[in-house]
Design a protein around this ligand. Structure first.
Ligand code: EPU
Length: 418
């Protein structure tokens, strides 16, 4: 089993380049199913979730080629299959985007229901409601979600809660539906806007992405084209948090500073100096840090996907900070690993109380999920001695070359194979 070994403590210093957004590309690649022609997609991160979707696309008959580093060409013109089998779907959650894309293109789709995960229940009722309102019949049978529609017709869809996945799936299914679809109470994350921009650049007619209401005027066909994925907000936030947690100074390059404001504001509140440039952010975490409180929320609120990494910053701050998890039922499992390293954390329901200033000691720990894994790496950098992180497949799902990037910032970190 591969492991990441970190020898700390270390104060990060230098520059790091951010790659394309995971939560954008995991929707954009399935969205290519709606396009008749070649989609050239740039700034594609080299992560295992992308590999997994590429295997699904290929298994379904699409032509996919990595033409150069970070650029993928996808041609789904000859796909006839409308099924994503369990062996692929179980590997990553966002396989549900094939439902909206296949339904939009073929009027039918069968995708194995994504398995459970470490964040608590992940229902799909809002995705299903959106498909039904567009005219599809949806059935959940033997672990598959099966959608069929004679034709999809534009509709008014009101989402009962703000959901990234349901918003994107509704947009995908509505892109080629007949007439106008109005989706209300939608998610506003940067990757929602990116998926809409991708579809529009291929000929779709989607307005309002990034606001509370998205309007999709159905179009007959989408043509091929070129598109560059936005930088990953959470990867950037992770390196910002790592700089702050280790008392370092890091220039995070290839970011959209506007997308980082929710994270920047919190770090500044804690006493970190953050300087924004056009497409980079300088984090100076050399001063002492103050406690803070966080409640995670849909964008533009503080992102749940930065919650574990910010917990490590709180471990360096003076005083007691609180995190209130407002999106997922269960996102504090990783705190047990931090406690094993000496952290002073208690969890009650959806609130974690973190008292900073205790010395962390290296220990063997697990990456419970993707972002928890990133937090383990940061904690390893902060701790005295050796931290060995297991279950690192979670980390590979969403962080490109994490070991090399931290090495570039001066960390003593190694990937041990086998
Ligand atoms: N929800 C429902 N019903 C639905 C859909 C969602 O009750 O039909 C609930 C969920 O249970 C959750 C909340 O609504 O409590 C928000 O879920 P959302 O649908 O927004 O999450 P998601 O689309 O499944 C994406 C990201 C997650 C990220 C969340 C929230 C992708 C592939 N995943 O998940 O990313 O935490 O949005 O921002 O985009 C990660 O990258 O580490 C990650 C877990």
């Amino acid at each position: 089993m591969d492991r990441i070994v970190v020898n700390g403590p270390c104060c990060l210093n230098g520059e790091v380049e951010i790659t394309g957004g995971k939560n954008a590309i995991v929707a954009i690649l399935p969205a290519a199913m709606l396009v008749d022609g070649v989609c050239r997609i740039e700034n594609v991160p080299d992560i295992s979730d992308v590999e997994c979707i590429i295997s699904i696309l290929k298994a379904m008959g699409a032509k996919v080629e990595r033409v150069e580093s970070g650029t993928v060409e996808v041609d789904c013109s000859h796909v006839t299959s409308t099924e994503v089998p369990y062996e692929y779907a179980r590997k990553f959650r966002a396989s549900y985007y094939f439902l909206g894309a296949l339904l939009g293109r073929f009027g039918k789709a069968t995708v194995a229901m994504p398995g459970g995960c470490h964040l608590g229940a992940r229902p799909m009722d809002q995705h299903i409601k959106a498909f039904e309102q567009l005219g599809a019949q949806v059935e959940v049978a033997r672990g598959d979600v099966i959608c069929r529609a004679k034709r999809l017709t534009g509709a008014d869809i009101y989402l009962d809660m703000v959901s990234v996945g349901a918003t994107i799936n509704a947009m995908l299914a509505a892109t080629k539906a007949e007439g106008l679809t109005v989706i209300e109470n939608v998610a506003k994350e940067p990757h929602i806007v990116d998926v809409a921009n991708f579809l529009n650049s291929m000929g779709a007619n989607i307005r309002g992405a990034g606001t509370d209401v998205i309007k999709v005027q159905g179009v007959g066909a989408l043509r091929g084209g070129s598109y560059a994925v936005i930088p990953d907000q959470i990867e950037a936030g992770t390196y910002m948090a790592a700089a702050a947690a280790t008392g370092g100074k890091v220039l995070v390059k290839n970011v959209i500073p506007k997308h980082m404001e929710c994270i920047t504001a919190k770090l500044e509140e804690m006493g970190v100096s953050v300087t924004e440039f056009d497409d980079s952010i300088l984090i100076d975490g050399t001063a002492s840090l103050k406690k803070t409180n966080i409640k995670t929320m849909p964008y533009p609120g503080f992102p749940t996907d930065m919650q574990p990494q910010m917990a490590t910053v709180m471990l360096r701050a003076e005083g007691t900070s609180k995190i209130n998890e407002g999106v997922w039922d269960s996102r504090f499992k990783y705190t047990e690993e931090l406690i094993r390293m000496g952290a002073d954390i208690s969890v009650s329901g959806k609130v974690a109380t973190i008292t900073g200033g205790k010395e962390l000691l290296g220990a063997p720990v697990r990456a419970c999920d993707l972002r928890a894994g990133a937090a383990m790496v940061i904690a390893g950098l902060m701790a005295k001695g050796t931290t060995t992180i297991e279950d690192i497949d979670h980390i590979r799902r969403g962080y490109e070359r994490i070991v090399e990037k931290f090495q570039g910032l001066g960390a003593d970190i190694t990937l041990i194979k086998g």
